[in-house]
Design a protein around this ligand. Structure first.
Ligand SMILES: [Zn+2]
Length: 507
């Protein structure tokens, strides 16, 4: 094979990514840099999302946005700044976010240069009367507006979503998983009663699960958070939780039934159908660019990123292989036809005609970027009327040019389904049920994964388990994830179990 030397070269280069088994955290950063998803920025704790990563986010946004609109939600946009007093109106909420907010106190700088040196400082005369908080989340400012817009039961439900950036002043940051500024969507809704708000929080949880599994190929368990882990100011918080390859859990999305807490704080009242006056019931829900971190840690391998086909910025890359100019003309001609046919069918496809790189180096680059399917076209392939299709998840087989578009679609579907199945199998292989306290502790400390066990509901047990194992209750799982028969005693204290819980160390 004429491409053998380049392939060897590619394997040597691939060693640049730290293997997962050696250092998962290093591997994670290497994959991001190699795939050019993001980069470190001059601002500590903030990252730059590069075009390949941003395209991925755009595709996620589009899929989610379509789902939100199909369920009756509309997009709106609220200010980045929130008056400081707003945050203080809901007691639990302010406590939850007080320690991680950025605050704007002044609006001007002034030159203080001495001896020709350029220097600037805050102009003390520009102090704001009321400081502004850079939104860590937008419940307060949105419900202040809801109070203005909602008068009657006819105005309900009010179903809004906002695509925005938020700022939470984190001390320990990791690209995509925890950054000071991140991108997300936050849904905010108002309802006439508890049941309608509950239905909404539950419906969005199901929507998030569908997105995680059908688009990201990332299996999740759903359930409700404990009192200790719920959102600051919520009545109940639901979450989707995924298990990463290092056996740590990732909270990938949350939905909250906020009850009437915020409605009371912001005086969001409406006239009921019966003529009385009542506070609305709110929900809020969000997923963020953290999902990209989840995608990387669910599917990536020691060669780099693996994008599930439905969200891959580039689904197919065509790499022609040539030695002579005559061959170049021949293979690039066929490559152009293949690209046109696939593009016309709606696939995201690129033809890599760069003269500056050998095929092996191109393979290495596109593998690192996670492209699910690579089509190689050499002179012998052209003569045989086929292309060689190499899957990012392994395996290589010829696809005849006749019927190529359909075969590529099938291959991408199989890759998508294979990624979900593999991730689900790995999660189940790293979950334990019905264990003793000793087994529970050993599992969490030594191996990691999802530990399903009985829970008495006591905050003390939760705190002790966290203290001794760093594990937290990820969710009290929904029925379909529960163990049968249900555990009868708390894995920690031996008292009667009130609910099964899933524990894990988490990001
Ligand atoms: Zn207990």
């Amino acid at each position: 094979m004429e491409i053998e030397p380049e392939l060897n070269g590619s394997m040597a280069q691939a060693q640049k990514i730290t293997p997962r088994a050696k250092d998962f955290s290093e591997w994670y950063n290497d994959v991001i840099m190699q795939a050019e998803l993001a980069d470190y920025s001059p601002v500590r704790g903030c990252m730059v999302i590069r075009p390949h990563g941003y395209r991925l986010w755009e595709l996620m946004q589009r899929a989610l946005d379509d789902m939100f609109k199909a369920t009756g939600h509309q997009n709106a946009y609220f200010p980045l700044f929130i008056p400081q007093s707003f945050l203080a109106k809901e007691a639990e909420h302010v406590e939850g976010f007080a320690k991680e907010v950025a605050i704007v106190t002044h609006t001007r700088l002034r030159a203080t240069g001495k001896d020709g040196a350029a220097a600037i400082a805050v102009d003390p005369s520009s102090a704001l009367e009321e400081p502004l908080v850079v939104r860590p989340t937008s419940e307060t400012i949105i419900y202040a507006m809801f109070a203005k817009w909602i008068q009657s039961y006819r105005d309900l439900p009010l179903l809004l979503n906002q695509w925005a950036n938020v700022v939470r002043w984190e001390l320990r940051t990791r690209m995509f998983l925890r950054t000071t500024e991140f991108l997300w969507q936050e849904g905010h809704t108002a309802h006439a009663d508890h049941d309608d708000a509950e239905r909404e929080a539950r419906m969005i949880l199901g929507l998030y699960r569908r997105f995680a599994e059908e688009w990201m190929a990332m299996p999740v368990i759903t359930g409700v958070k404990t009192e200790g882990e719920k959102f600051a100011g919520a009545l109940r918080t639901y979450a989707i939780e995924a298990l990463m390859q290092d056996n740590k859990a990732l909270q990938a999305g949350t939905t909250h039934n906020l009850g009437q807490n915020f409605a009371k704080a912001f005086d969001v009242k409406y006239q009921t159908a019966a003529g009385g006056l009542d506070y609305v019931w709110n929900t809020s829900w969000g997923v963020s660019t953290r999902l990209i971190g989840g995608l990387i840690m669910t599917h990536g391998d020691d060669n780099g990123f693996i994008a599930p086909p439905r969200l891959a910025p580039l689904q197919v890359v065509i790499v022609p292989i040539w030695k002579t100019d005559e061959e170049r003309g021949q293979v690039s001609g066929v490559g152009g036809q293949v690209k046109a046919a696939l593009g016309k069918a709606g696939f995201r496809v690129e033809l890599d005609l760069r003269d500056s790189l050998k095929p092996g180096a191109k393979y290495y680059e596109w593998e690192g970027k996670g492209v699910p399917l690579r089509l190689e076209i050499g002179p012998r392939d052209v003569a045989a009327g086929h292309v060689m299709a190499a899957r990012r998840t392994g395996g290589k087989a010829p696809i005849t040019l006749d019927g190529l578009v359909e075969a590529v679609g099938t291959a991408l579907d199989e890759i998508q389904a294979g990624l979900l199945a593999a991730a689900r199998q790995r999660r189940e292989a790293n979950s334990i049920r019905s264990v003793t306290k000793d087994q529970f502790v050993a599992f969490i400390r030594e191996k990691g994964g999802f530990a399903y066990a009985g829970f008495c509901g006591s905050g003390d047990c939760e705190a002790q388990i966290k203290e001794e194992t760093s594990a937290t209750v990820r969710v009290l799982p929904d029925p379909e994830f529960r163990t049968a028969p249900a555990p009868t005693t708390c894995v920690w204290c031996g008292q009667p179990s009130v609910a099964e819980a899933v524990w894990a160390q988490a990001y």
